[in-house]
Design a protein around this ligand. Structure first.
Ligand SMILES: [Ca+2]
Length: 588
C-alpha cells in the first residue's frame, strides 16, 4: 500500500500531522460473553470455529489474558488503558456504564495519528452525547449504546453516528458488513476498525425472522445433534455465525491485499456464559474465578509477529491501549495514569513468561467494593474472594490457588502460605485505594441541549425513585418503565445538565390502563408541568405526548416526576421523559 512507502501528510481535527511509514491498520474484533473455552482450539470438539482457530495458528496466542468479569468495565479498560474505576465507570447499567468525560480513548489517539476510525456493534460506554462513540474519536459508528439489544434479525436500538436508524439483517452479519464497507472506504489512510459484536450475549437469538429462520434452525439442530441442550446449542450457533463472519472479514482483507498491513486482534469481553464445555475452568461471566475473567487474545500480523507464538505471561485488557499506541507510533497521553503495558515486545517475540507483576479484579454492581468479589494474581498465585450479591465476605471466604499447577482453582491452599496471602491482599488493597482515590461513583448527569442530540430521552434506569409502590422494571432499555405509582409524592428523579439554557419542550412516553389513572407532575428546577394522560389500549402499549414547556437555565439541575393524584391500579407506566430545546424545534 502506498501509505506504507511514503511520508504521509494527514489532516485531522487536531491539525496537520506528518507520520512515517509502517503504521499498520488495526482490526480489533471483540465478541460478547464468548468464553475462553468456546473455541475449537481450546479442545472444545463440539464447537465449529475453524477460522478463529486458524487465526491462532497464524498469529500469537496469549494464554493468560484477562478481561474484567463483565462487559462495560472491560470496554472502559480497552478504550483507555486504565482500570475502569479510574474512569468513573462502575456498573453495566443505571448510568454507571458511562466513561468519564476526562478520558482519552484509543480512537482519539489513533485519529490524531492520522487513522480513520470506525466502531461497529456494542458501545456500552455511554448513551448520551457527548459520551457517544462519534464524540469520542470514532469517525464512523453503527451499533447500539446499551449492554444488549433484544432483536437480532431486524436489530433494534441501532444508531448511526448519533441518529437512530432502522436496520435489517442478522446483527452479526450486519456489523461485519459495516466493518467491511468501512475498510473498503478507508483507501489511502491507515484505519482502526473496532468490530464489537454483541453476540453471543443474551438473548440467545438465532434466526427468528421470516427469511433467517432456515439458517438458524439448521445451526441450532447441528448442535442439538451433538448433544447440547437448547440454551447451549443457541450460544454455539451464535458463535458459529461469528466465526463465519470473521472468515468473511479476513477473506476481504486478502482480496484487498491488506492482510500483511493489518494487525488482526481477536478477544472476548469477559468470561463465557456457556456451560457445556469449560476446559476445566471454574466460574462464568461475572465471576472473579478464571472462567469469569480469562479470555482469548489472538493477534496476527504476518512477518512481524511469529505464527504459532504462545505467550504464557499474565496480561490484561488494559494492555491493548498502549499496544495500539506503540504500533501506531504514538506516545501515551501524558496527563493520565495508564495501567496497561504494551504487548508489542511479547508479540514480536511470540513468547514471554513475565509481563504484569499483578493483575486485579473487583466487581460489585452498585459500588466499587474491595471485600466481596475480588481477586489478584501474580504469575503463579491467585488470591480470590467471591460471595453472592448482598452477602458480606469475611476472611473465611478467601481462597488461594496455585494457578501454575491448578488452573481450575480446585485446591485452596490458603492455610499453607500466609505470607503470600498477606502480600497479595496488601497489594490488592493498595491498588484498590489508588484506582478509586477521589472518584465519585454515580450516574453522570444526563446532558441536554447538546447540538448532536436535540431530542434527549431521559431513561428510566438512570432514575432514583422514591415511594412505597413505585418500581423500576427492566425490559431491555427501550421498553423499561417506572410503574406502580399510586400515592401522591411517589417520585422518580434524575440529575440533568443543561449544556445550553433555554426553553425546553417536555414529552413523556407512557402506557396507562383504563383501570387506573391520575395526574403526574414533571418538575425541572422550580418550573413544572402536569398531565392527566388518556388511557392507552393496555398499560404495555406506549405512546408519546407533549405535556408542556419549561425554562431551564444552563448547568446542573434535577428533573423530578411525581404523583399529584392517582386512582385505581396505578397512575401509568412511565417509559421515558423527553426533553427538546425549543430553539431546536425548527431543525427537526
Ligand atoms: Ca460481555
Amino acid at each position: 500500500m502506498l501509505f506504507r512507502c511514503a511520508i504521509l501528510v494527514a489532516c485531522s481535527c487536531w491539525g496537520v500531522h506528518v507520520h512515517a511509514a509502517e503504521q499498520p491498520n488495526i482490526l480489533f474484533i471483540l465478541t460478547d460473553d464468548q468464553g475462553w473455552w468456546d473455541l475449537g482450539m481450546r479442545g472444545n470438539t463440539d464447537i465449529d470455529t475453524p477460522v478463529i482457530d486458524q487465526l491462532s495458528r497464524d498469529g500469537v496466542d496469549l494464554t493468560r489474558f484477562y478481561a474484567a468479569p463483565v462487559c462495560a468495565p472491560t470496554r472502559a479498560g480497552l478504550m483507555t488503558g486504565r482500570y475502569c474505576f479510574r474512569t468513573g465507570l462502575y456498573n453495566t447499567r443505571f448510568g454507571g456504564d458511562t466513561l468519564g468525560s476526562g478520558e482519552t480513548t484509543i480512537a482519539e489517539v489513533l485519529k490524531k495519528a492520522g487513522y480513520r476510525t470506525g466502531c461497529f456493534g456494542k458501545w456500552h460506554l455511554g448513551k448520551y452525547a457527548p459520551y457517544q462513540p462519534h464524540n469520542r474519536g470514532f469517525d464512523e459508528f453503527l451499533g447500539h449504546y446499551h449492554g444488549h439489544i433484544d432483536e437480532y434479525d431486524y436489530p433494534d436500538q441501532i444508531v448511526h453516528n448519533g441518529k437512530p436508524v432502522e436496520a435489517r439483517r442478522y446483527v452479526t452479519d450486519l456489523f461485519t458488513d459495516a466493518a467491511i464497507e468501512f475498510i473498503e472506504g478507508a483507501k489511502d489512510r491507515p484505519w482502526f476498525c473496532y468490530l464489537a459484536l454483541n453476540a453471543p450475549h443474551s438473548p440467545w437469538v438465532v434466526g427468528t425472522s421470516h427469511d433467517g429462520q432456515a439458517r438458524g434452525d439448521l445451526l441450532i439442530n447441528k448442535y442439538l445433534k451433538r448433544g447440547l441442550v437448547l440454551r447451549e446449542a443457541r450460544i454455539y450457533a451464535m458463535i458459529d455465525i461469528i466465526d463465519q463472519n470473521v472468515g468473511r472479514l479476513l477473506k476481504r482483507l486478502d482480496e484487498l491485499d491488506l492482510a500483511d498491513d493489518t494487525v488482526v486482534v481477536f478477544m472476548t469481553d469477559n468470561g463465557g456464559v456457556s456451560k457445556h464445555f469449560k476446559a476445566g475452568l471454574k466460574g462464568n461471566k461475572g465471576s472473579i474465578y478464571e472462567g469469569g475473567v480469562r479470555v482469548p487474545l489472538l493477534v496476527r500480523w504476518p512477518d512481524h509477529f511469529p505464527a504459532g507464538g504462545v505467550v504464557a505471561a499474565q496480561c490484561s485488557h488494559v494492555d491493548l491501549f498502549p499496544t495500539f499506541c506503540e504500533l501506531a507510533g504514538q506516545a501515551l497521553p501524558a496527563d493520565l495514569k495508564i495501567d496497561g503495558i504494551s504487548l508489542a515486545p511479547l508479540l514480536k517475540a511470540g513468547a514471554g513468561q513475565r509481563h504484569h507483576e499483578y493483575v486485579y479484579h473487583a466487581w460489585d454492581r452498585y459500588h466499587p467494593n474491595p471485600n466481596n468479589r475480588w481477586a489478584i494474581s501474580d504469575q503463579r498465585w491467585k488470591l480470590a474472594c467471591q460471595v453472592r450479591t448482598g452477602e458480606q465476605a469475611t476472611q473465611q471466604n478467601w481462597r488461594l490457588y496455585d494457578l501454575a499447577n491448578d488452573p481450575g482453582e480446585k485446591n485452596n491452599v490458603l492455610g499453607k502460605h500466609p505470607q503470600i496471602v498477606k502480600r497479595l491482599r496488601t497489594e490488592f488493597l493498595r491498588w484498590f485505594r489508588e484506582v478509586t482515590d477521589g472518584v465519585k461513583y454515580q450516574p453522570a448527569p444526563i446532558p441536554i441541549g447538546h447540538p448532536d442530540e436535540r431530542l434527549v430521552e431521559i431513561q428510566p434506569s438512570w432514575a432514583t425513585w422514591r415511594g412505597k409502590n413505585i418500581e423500576y422494571v427492566f425490559r431491555g432499555y427501550d421498553w423499561d418503565t417506572i410503574q406502580g405509582w399510586r400515592e401522591p409524592g411517589e417520585s422518580a428523579s434524575w440529575r440533568i445538565d443543561a449544556l445550553r439554557g433555554g426553553e425546553y419542550e417536555v414529552a413523556i412516553s407512557y402506557g396507562r390502563s383504563a383501570r387506573g389513572g391520575g395526574t403526574l407532575k414533571i418538575a425541572v428546577g422550580d418550573q413544572a408541568v402536569e398531565t392527566s394522560p388518556p388511557a392507552t389500549p393496555t398499560a404495555d402499549v406506549f405512546t408519546r405526548i407533549v405535556i408542556g414547556r419549561v425554562s431551564i437555565p444552563r448547568g446542573a439541575t434535577t428533573l423530578k416526576a411525581e404523583v399529584v393524584k392517582a386512582h385505581g391500579v396505578e397512575l401509568m407506566r412511565l417509559n421515558g421523559v423527553f426533553l427538546r430545546r425549543v430553539g431546536d424545534l425548527k431543525d427537526r
